[in-house]
Design a protein. Structure first.
Length: 472
C-alpha cells in the first residue's frame, strides 16, 4: 500500500510539471507576446519558485513515507519466530532482564537499543517448561530458631540452663486455585515433631472453609499460637495445668468454619472441629470412636480507627485416661473444657511501628471425670485464668507483664499463682531478644506444700526465609 502511495505521488508530480511548462507562442501566430522589459522574467521566476516549493514538499513526504516503511520492515524482522516464542515462554524472565538461555541474536546491539526509532518489544513473564514449573511448585520455606536460657530457682518444673528450645521449619504453598497447604515441623532436643500439617480448601459452597490434617485446635487464643509468636517466653500456668501444656490441643482432625450473620459493624465467625482424640494429657482416645470435638465462636469489632476488640468463646470435649489400669469403663470418663477470651488492641495506623498496646485475658473451666482416692467416681471442677498486657515504647523496645492463676485439673483445691515482667528488644522484624522475670507460688507434690520459684529467662529468636504474619 505504501509503495503504491509513493508511485502515485511521483506520477502526480510529473503531471503537474508538464501542465505548467507551456511553450512560448511562435512568431506569426497572432498571439501577443509579453512586452519587453521585466514582466516576462518576473512571471517565469514566479513559476519556477512555485515548482521548487512543490518539489520540496513532495520530497519531504516521500522521505517520511520511506522512514515509516523502514520502521514497518524492522518491526517485522525483530518479531520472534515460533521457536523463539517457545524459548521465551519456557524461560522465567524477571522484569527488565533477559533469559540466560536466549540466543545471542535475540539480544539487541547497543545502537539499536538506544535508537528512539527502534520498536519496544515487551517481554512478559511466561510460565511453562521444566525450569519454571520447578520454581513455581516449590513452597515458601522458612526456619525459625528459638534459643532459651534460664537462671534462678524452680524445684517444681525446672528448665535447662541453656537449650535450643525449638527450630521450626515451615513450608507453605498454594496447591491450586481452590486449596493451599501448610506444614510446620519442629526440631528440638527431644526429637522431631510435626507441629502442624494441613490443607485448607478455600472455595467450598456456602462460604465454608475446610481444613484437614494435624493442627492446633481453635480453643481460646494461646492454644492456637506457636511458641515463637507468643509475647512471652513461657506459656501461662493455666495452659500447663488445664490445657495440655506447650503442645495443648494439637491433633489430627477436620475443621470447618464459616462467617455468620452479625449485627452491624461486627465480625462473627463460627468453627466446628473433630479430632482423633489424642492431645497430650488433656484427651486420650481409648477406642477408635473416642474422638474429641471443639467449637469456637469469635466476635470482632473496630471501636475506632486505631482501636478494636476481639471476643471469643470455646468448648472442647473428649475422653481422658483416668480409668486406664482400673476395672471401670474408660468411655465413662470424659473431660469438658470451657474458655472465654477478650482482647483489646490499640494500634494507630500512622504510628503502628512505634507505639501500640494490647491487653488480653482468658478464662478456663475444666470438668474432669476421674476416681477419687477412695476409688469413687467424681468430677473435678477447676478454674484458671491469665491476664497480659504489652506496650510498644518505640520501634525497638516493648514492655509487658502477665498475671497467672490456675487450679490443677486433677485436684481443683490446689491453685498455683504467679506473675511475670517482660522486656523485648527488636533489632528487626526477623529477630528478637527477650528477657523475662518469672515468679511462681507453686504446689510441691513431693513435699506436699507450696514453694516459691524465682527465675530469669532470656530468649533469642531469629527467622530465615519467607514467613507469614503472626496471628491477629
Amino acid at each position: 500500500m505504501k509503495r503504491f502511495s509513493v508511485l502515485s505521488l511521483l506520477v502526480l508530480f510529473a503531471a503537474t510539471v508538464h501542465a505548467q511548462e507551456r511553450p512560448a507562442a511562435p512568431e506569426g501566430s497572432g498571439k501577443e507576446t509579453p512586452s519587453a522589459g521585466g514582466s516576462a522574467g518576473t512571471v517565469e521566476e514566479t513559476r519556477m519558485k512555485a515548482l521548487e516549493d512543490q518539489v520540496r514538499t513532495l520530497a519531504e513526504q516521500v522521505a517520511l513515507l520511506r522512514g515509516e516503511l523502514k520502521e514497518f520492515r524492522d518491526a517485522k524482522s525483530v518479531r520472534p519466530r515460533p521457536a523463539d516464542q517457545v524459548l521465551l515462554a519456557s524461560s522465567h524472565v524477571e522484569p527488565g532482564t533477559l533469559p540466560t538461555s536466549a540466543p545471542v541474536s535475540a539480544v539487541p546491539s547497543a545502537p539499536e537499543a538506544a535508537s528512539p526509532a527502534s520498536p519496544q518489544v515487551t517481554q512478559t513473564q511466561g510460565y511453562g517448561g521444566a525450569t519454571s514449573n520447578a520454581k513455581l511448585l516449590n513452597p515458601d520455606i522458612s526456619l525459625i530458631g528459638d534459643f532459651i536460657g534460664t537462671a534462678g530457682r524452680n524445684t517444681i518444673s525446672p528448665s535447662r540452663s541453656l537449650e535450643l528450645h525449638e527450630s521450626e521449619v515451615g513450608m507453605q504453598a498454594i496447591i491450586d486455585p481452590y486449596a493451599r497447604a501448610d506444614a510446620f515441623i519442629s526440631f528440638g532436643e527431644e526429637g522431631v515433631n510435626v507441629e502442624e500439617g494441613y490443607v485448607t480448601f478455600t472455595a467450598l459452597p456456602a462460604g465454608l472453609l475446610l481444613k484437614v490434617g494435624k493442627m492446633r485446635a481453635e480453643f481460646g487464643k494461646v492454644n492456637t499460637i506457636h511458641n515463637h509468636a507468643l509475647p512471652f517466653i513461657d506459656r501461662p500456668l493455666v495452659t500447663n495445668n488445664l490445657v495440655g501444656g506447650e503442645d495443648g490441643i494439637d491433633d489430627a482432625g477436620i475443621s470447618l468454619s464459616r462467617f455468620l450473620p452479625a449485627p452491624k459493624n461486627w465480625f462473627f465467625q463460627g468453627t466446628a472441629q473433630v479430632y482423633r482424640g489424642d492431645s497430650s494429657d488433656v484427651f486420650t482416645a481409648n477406642q477408635r470412636q473416642d474422638v474429641s470435638v471443639v467449637g469456637h465462636l469469635r466476635l470482632y469489632r473496630d471501636l475506632g480507627e486505631s482501636t478494636n476488640i476481639d471476643l471469643g468463646g470455646s468448648y472442647a470435649r473428649g475422653h481422658n485416661n483416668a480409668a486406664i489400669g482400673t476395672t471401670f469403663n474408660p468411655d465413662a470418663f470424659v473431660t469438658n473444657l470451657y474458655s472465654a477470651d477478650a482482647t483489646l488492641r490499640w494500634k494507630p495506623l500512622r504510628r503502628a511501628i512505634y507505639h501500640s498496646f494490647l491487653f488480653r485475658t482468658e478464662l478456663f473451666w475444666s470438668a474432669r471425670d476421674q476416681l477419687s482416692p477412695l476409688n469413687i467416681f467424681e468430677t473435678q471442677h477447676a478454674f484458671g485464668m491469665y491476664s497480659s498486657a504489652e506496650y510498644r515504647v518505640n520501634r525497638r523496645w516493648t514492655v509487658g507483664g502477665r498475671f497467672d492463676r490456675s487450679a490443677r485439673a486433677a485436684n481443683a483445691s490446689l491453685t498455683d499463682t504467679g506473675f511475670s515482667g517482660i522486656l523485648t528488644y527488636w533489632p528487626s522484624e526477623f529477630s528478637q531478644i527477650r528477657g523475662q522475670y518469672r515468679y511462681g507460688h507453686l504446689w510441691d507434690i513431693t513435699n506436699t506444700r507450696f514453694t516459691n520459684a524465682n527465675e530469669f529467662l532470656f530468649q533469642f529468636l531469629f527467622v530465615m526465609g519467607a514467613h507469614g504474619a503472626h496471628p491477629f
